[in-house]
Design a protein around this ligand. Sequence first.
Ligand SMILES: Cc1ncc(COP(=O)(O)O)c(C=O)c1O
Length: 118
Amino acid sequence: MSSPTPYGTCADLRAVAAVCHARGKPAIVDEAWGAQLPFDDGLPTWAMADHAADVCVTSVRKMGSGLEQGSVFHLRGDLVRAEVLKSREDLLGTTSPSVQIYAALDGRRRQMVEPLPC
Ligand SMILES: Cc1ncc(COP(=O)(O)O)c(C=O)c1O
């Protein structure tokens, strides 16, 4: 499922994930537009909160300060095996990852978790 939409509409991820999990299926969320969600309690919860999703993919370049191609995925639980996810990532990923992209991702993470200097 994809949530939020580019317009900010969010799905009830916990309810959708509960339906998936009741059938033994993983809940996989395209959260491309939700990089800001984990960092603001006033926003809807992000896909990995409250054990909702098993995998979520976030495009940090959209709602954060990442560079193009700066996307990350998160994995929890054992409905999606880490080695399977890694093998899929290897299929699509480059063998020469960009240090600039990784640095921008880390800079974004730091920007969001550290208090602003006074
Ligand atoms: C809903 C959705 N998912 C995934 C993507 C892909 O994001 P990225 O190219 O940053 O990996 C986009 C980009 O437009 C998107 O709108």
